[in-house]
Design a protein around this ligand. Structure first.
Ligand code: TXA
Ligand code: MG
Length: 337
C-alpha cells in the first residue's frame, strides 16, 4: 500500500517521477488522450506492477511510449513504409502502431505477442517524463480494469489511491478517448481501436483501411481477436448503460416508458432545454463528446445512477471512437427507436 501523492507537472516533480520509474515503480502520468500508468517498459518486475495495480488480465498487451521517432528502431523492426508515412503525418500524437518487437522489450509487456504497440504522445509532460527517464515507458490507461478511462488526475486518484506512489497532474486531457490503434497488413492499415486519428485521416495518406470487426460488434467467447483489449467488457460505470438511437422525440418517449428514480439520460447539450426527465450532457459535437464521455460515465456513478440511456453519438471522425467506447460500456446494448 502507498500513500498516493498527486503533484503538479513542474520540473522537480517530473524528475521525481522519473526517479520512481527508474527505481521500478509505477507512476500516473498525463497524456493528450487519457492518463496512463507508466513503468519502465524493459523492467519485467515493474511492468508486472502495472498489471497488478489495474487488475488487468495478463494476456492484454501494453503500449510502449517513446519521446521521439528516433527511438523507434531500437524497439521495433521490419517497419513498413506505410508506418513511416503515418509517423510523418500523425506523430507525435494520439496514434499507436502495432509493429514487430525487438527482444529488448520483454514478453510481459507484449503479453507474449511478438509485436508491440508504439506511441509517441503529443503531451509535453508525457514526453518530458520519458526523456527524464531516458527510456521507453509501458503505459495502459490509468483506470481499474473495466472502468471508464481517466481524463483527470482526480479520476486516476479515485481508481489508484493506495496502489501507486505518485500521480503527476497535467490537467484535463484534451482528446479524452484513447489513441487510435492500427496494425499493417497486405499493404494496408487495419484499424484495431478507433481514436482521434480517424478512418478518414488514415485514408488521407493514400492507404487502404480495413476496420476490425470488434470495433462495432461484440466479440464472441473464444473468438480470436487481433487486439486482445477488444475482448473485454470495458469503460463501464456501475450503472447499466443503454444506447438509444433515434430522434430526441422518440428517445424521450422511450425513456418515459422506462423511467424510474435512478434513471438518467445522457444527452447532447442542445437536447437539454426541453428534456423533462433527469439527465447529464456530454457535449454537442464529436470532439466535445470525446473529451467528456468518460468523465460523464464516472459522474453517473457519483450521482448513484442505476440506468443511463445515452443519445447515440455520430459515427464519423472521432465520433466512431465515442460510439465504440459507449457501445462497450453498454455491453453492445443498442435500442433503435
Ligand atoms: O491513448 C492511449 O493509447 C493510452 C495512453 C495512456 O497512451 N493508453 C491505452 O492503453 O489506452 P491501454 O492498455 O488501455 O489500451 C491498449 C490497447 C488494448 O486494447 C490492447 O489490446 C491494444 O492496445 N494493444 C496493445 N499492444 C498490442 C499489440 N501488440 N497487438 C494488438 N493490440 C495491442
Ligand atoms: Mg485501457
Amino acid at each position: 500500500m502507498f500513500k498516493t501523492e498527486v503533484l503538479s507537472s513542474d520540473r522537480s516533480n517530473i524528475e521525481y517521477a522519473a526517479r520512481l520509474i527508474n527505481d521500478g515503480e509505477v507512476v500516473g502520468i498525463p497524456t493528450e488522450t487519457v492518463y496512463g500508468l507508466a513503468a519502465d517498459a524493459a523492467n519485467e518486475t515493474a511492468v508486472k506492477k502495472i498489471f497488478e495495480a489495474k487488475g488487468r488480465p495478463q494476456d492484454n498487451p501494453l503500449i510502449v511510449h517513446l519521446s521521439s521517432v528516433d527511438m523507434m528502431d531500437r524497439y521495433v523492426c521490419n517497419v513498413p513504409e506505410l508506418a513511416y508515412r503515418l509517423v510523418e503525418r500523425f506523430c507525435p500524437g494520439p496514434l499507436t502502431m502495432v509493429l514487430p518487437k525487438r527482444d529488448i522489450i520483454p514478453d510481459v509487456t507484449s503479453a507474449g505477442l511478438d509485436t508491440i504497440g508504439i506511441r509517441i504522445p503529443f503531451h509535453k509532460t508525457a514526453r518530458d517524463i520519458i526523456d527524464a527517464c531516458g527510456k521507453p515507458l509501458a503505459a495502459p490507461s490509468a483506470n481499474l480494469s473495466g472502468s471508464p478511462s481517466p481524463t483527470t488526475a482526480q479520476h486516476v486518484f479515485e481508481d489508484m489511491n493506495g496502489r501507486i506512489p505518485l500521480i503527476i497532474d497535467g490537467g484535463a486531457c484534451g482528446v479524452g478517448v484513447e489513441s487510435t490503434v492500427v496494425s499493417f497488413e497486405n499493404d494496408g492499415i487495419r484499424l484495431l481501436r478507433p481514436g482521434y486519428v480517424s478512418v478518414e485521416d488514415l485514408k488521407s495518406i493514400g492507404a487502404e483501411v480495413f476496420c476490425d470487426k470488434g470495433i462495432v460488434e461484440a466479440v464472441a467467447d473464444g473468438e480470436k481477436v487481433l487486439s486482445p483489449g477488444m475482448k473485454y467488457k470495458h469503460y463501464s460505470p456501475k450503472a447499466n448503460v443503454t444506447l438509444v438511437m433515434g430522434s430526441l422525440e422518440k428517445f424521450t418517449e422511450y425513456v418515459s416508458e422506462h423511467n424510474g428514480e435512478d434513471v438518467y439520460a445522457m444527452l447532447y447539450d442542445r437536447d437539454a432545454a426541453e428534456y423533462p426527465y433527469k439527465y447529464m450532457t456530454y457535449g454537442d459535437n464529436s470532439e466535445e463528446q470525446a473529451a467528456q464521455v468518460f468523465g460523464v460515465l464516472r459522474k453517473a456513478d457519483e450521482i448513484g445512477a442505476k440506468q443511463v440511456f445515452v443519445r447515440c453519438p455520430e459515427q464519423n471522425g472521432v465520433g466512431l471512437a465515442v460510439y465504440n467506447r459507449l457501445l462497450r460500456s453498454a455491453g453492445f446494448e443498442v435500442i433503435k427507436v
